[in-house]
Design a protein around this ligand. Structure first.
Ligand SMILES: Cc1cc2nc3c(=O)[nH]c(=O)nc-3n(C[C@H](O)[C@H](O)[C@H](O)COP(=O)(O)O)c2cc1C
Length: 265
């Protein structure tokens, strides 16, 4: 691998990136792996409150957090209070606070690293997709990867060489004027919200995004009959169903963190 030769224009990399969920059989070399990790840790950090566990072992990837079956490399990003506490102890101090501030910073540390890795992967011709349900599989991950207390998984990342048939167009975003506000916050009118929805919904429908992945979220019975078929099922419906149908795992998030040994007031 020659990293120099495979480095493309940064804007192309950013603007062409899209989540990839199907990968070829080509394995990921040690050199590529090291390149990804080294680029990852160059991200800015608040206090390096994170760790990464990576595996290329398909057996190890068999966890219930939605790892795509053709994944060649799985990374899991963790909030890690343990390492910093060891440093604090070595300095002769005691860390004994509510952990929310630490978790807040750690999530930012870890996600910036993940994004560096995502963009580096793209630059090297690899594809990737994040896995958001990882925290709900904390206990399984803990056992599988020998994770100690006060180290909690926040997101996973599947990586591999993209299967050409799985390459879709880049996905839409809200119009920039409804995301970035000059000088002061802008509360959107109903019409502007509809414009956001239209851009997103039409974009996802045109790509057949949900139908291709059979990714429709069933509507809970108490919310009424599900009258939306795949021809109308799009992003705003999907994200609404995802967010209103309660928590995603068996236990509330906060109790998972407490079970993992975090002190939360
Ligand atoms: C925190 C986070 C969690 C995500 N979790 C999942 C996931 O569990 N499964 C999945 O297929 N995609 C997941 N995604 C990918 C998003 O669905 C994807 O980024 C979004 O639809 C925009 O598409 P794009 O990445 O192709 O631009 C996740 C993305 C983020 C940022």
């Amino acid at each position: 691998m020659n990293v120099q030769n495979s480095t493309r224009d940064i804007f192309k990399i950013i603007h062409n990136r899209r989540s990839i969920r199907k990968f070829t059989n080509k394995p990921i070399s040690d050199e590529i792996l090291e390149t990804l990790l080294k680029a990852g840790v160059r991200a800015p950090f608040a206090a390096q409150l994170y760790s990464i566990i990576y595996t290329r072992n398909p057996e190890k990837m068999k966890i219930k957090c939605g790892v795509y079956s053709t994944t060649k490399l799985l990374m899991i990003f963790f909030v890690d209070a343990r390492k910093i506490e060891k440093i604090i102890t070595q300095r002769g101090y005691i860390y004994d606070y509510d952990d929310i501030n630490l978790i807040w910073l750690a999530i930012q540390d870890a996600t910036l690293v993940a994004e560096n890795i995502i963009l580096t992967a793209e630059a090297l011709g690899l594809g990737s997709v994040l896995l958001g349900v990882v925290p709900n599989q904390w206990k399984e991950i803990k056992e599988r990867f020998n994770v100690p207390p006060r180290v909690f998984p926040i997101v996973g990342l599947c990586i591999g060489y993209p299967e050409p048939s799985a390459l879709m167009d880049v996905r839409p975003r809200y119009p920039l004027k409804y995301i970035a506000f000059k000088d002061q916050y802008k509360d959107l009118t109903e019409k502007e919200v509809q414009e956001c929805m239209k851009v997103m919904d039409e974009g996802y429908l045109e790509q057949g995004y949900y139908i291709k992945q059979s990714a429709k979220i069933p509507l809970k019975k108490e919310l009424g009959e599900d009258k939306i078929d795949y021809d109308k099922y799009s992003w705003s419906e999907h994200i609404s169903r995802k967010l209103i149908q309660g928590r995603w795992g068996e236990k509330p998030f906060i109790s998972l963190l407490r079970d993992c040994g975090f002190k939360l007031g």
